[in-house]
Design a protein around this ligand. Structure first.
Ligand code: FMN
Length: 364
């Protein structure tokens, strides 16, 4: 049903303002019954951070910021859903228009700026669906006008611990001024110490909840040395590489739209984010698993992420251009790649190309 809706509606949705189209898609997922996707082949199941994933393909945060359609997304066949970014208090984000399609580049620029309903309604929705199971991670961020940003993350850990399969600390959105400075070594050291302490405090009540760190693809390699070093020192459960980029690759064709401020996602982000993933993998030395995200638009692109070091992957922008059919295509390509390579599990493919990739010239 939703597949048919998807096919019929995509040309219509692409004619609308991107944010209106997005809101209409969320509404459809809330109202149109979603048939359950066929069960995944056990070959592509993944275990990471102490959690079991039926397949490694998740939907990236930003799609369902308010946890309105997490169950519909799981029924569509995503291996996991990451909701958010959620901030403690409601805030409107930046003025519209704030999402722009770069059609010819298969890309999007957004400067939403953490538009968030705030924690209470999102918590209520997650609590109402908690018994349904599935991996639903909660991506958390600080309010724009917060006096103590680190305290916002700490509060959100306490608020959502009972309903979050895992947490992602979003310190990499380019659209909240100053947020990315939390990736600097002293601020990050303090953030991770306080957040992991908060997580350990609620452990007796809710059990262990993995905490992952999502970084920007725009870090320098010496910043990345520091970030991975601090993440290892504190024993974070994983890293996500990465968020949108503030860079504008010279290859972009939609030159006028490319001038809009905000974070670029989609196909032109693939090379940079995959290189940063490989760089993170070689620095992590197996201390924790990684989630690869940025520009995945096909099965081969997802396989390249895994070979660069991703245990799990996430998609967002390509769904705008390719529709939900992309998900089944990626999963079947992953199963076929395992057979072709005579491998028993995806884990055997993780990072096999990472060292070689880090020796290549820097992607343009
Ligand atoms: C419209 C839009 C909104 C986003 N909002 C968030 C967000 O709230 N939190 C976050 O961590 N990432 C957010 N992202 C970034 C995505 O999660 C992802 O890291 C990025 O888009 C790269 O993946 P992609 O090329 O497959 O889209 C957003 C991306 C887009 C396009």
């Amino acid at each position: 049903m939703i597949g048919l809706f998807d096919r019929l509606s995509r040309p219509l949705l692409r004619a609308l303002d991107p944010e209106d189209a997005h809101n209409l898609t969320l509404k459809a997922l809330r109202l149109v019954p979603v048939a359950r996707a066929p069960a995944d082949s056990p070959d592509i199941a993944v275990r990471a951070f102490g959690l079991n994933f039926p397949n490694p393909v998740g939907i990236a945060p930003g799609f369902d910021k308010g946890a309105q359609v997490a169950d519909a997304l799981l029924r569509l066949g995503f291996g996991f859903v990451e909701i958010g970014t959620v901030t403690p208090r409601a805030q409107p984000g930046n003025p519209r228009p704030r999402v722009f399609r770069l059609e010819a580049d298969r890309a999007v620029i957004n400067r939403l700026g953490f538009n968030s309903e705030g924690a209470p309604p999102v918590l209520a929705r997650l609590a109402a669906r908690a018994a349904n199971g599935g991996v639903v991670g909660v991506n958390i961020g600080a309010n724009k006008d917060s006096a103590d940003r680190t305290e916002d993350y700490v509060r959100l850990i306490d608020t959502f611990a009972a309903v979050a399969s895992y947490f992602t600390l979003n310190v990499s959105s380019p659209n909240t001024p100053g947020l990315r400075s939390l990736q600097q070594v002293e601020a990050l050291d303090d953030l991770l110490a306080r957040v992991l302490e908060a997580r350990d405090k609620v452990r007796a009540r809710v059990g262990p909840t993995p905490v992952l760190l999502k970084i920007a693809p725009d870090l320098t390699l010496s910043d990345l040395d520091d970030v991975v070093g601090v993440a290892r020192k504190h024993g974070v459960d994983g890293m996500i590489v990465g968020n949108t980029t503030i860079s504008r690759p010279p290859t972009l064709r939609e030159r006028a739209t490319a001038k809009e401020a905000g974070g670029l996602s989609g196909k032109p982000l693939f090379k940079l984010s995959t290189r940063m993933l490989a760089e993170t993998f070689v620095r992590a030395e197996g201390a924790f698993p990684l989630i690869g995200v940025g520009g995945i638009d096909s099965g081969p692109a997802a396989i390249a992420k895994i070979k660069a070091g991703a245990t799990l992957v996430q998609v967002y922008t390509a769904l705008v251009y390719r529709g939900i059919g992309l998900l089944a295509e990626i999963k079947s390509d992953l199963a076929a790649a395992l057979k072709r390579g005579h491998r028993n599990s995806l884990a055997e493919m993780v990072g096999v190309d990472a060292a070689e990739m880090t020796a290549e010239s820097w992607p343009a």
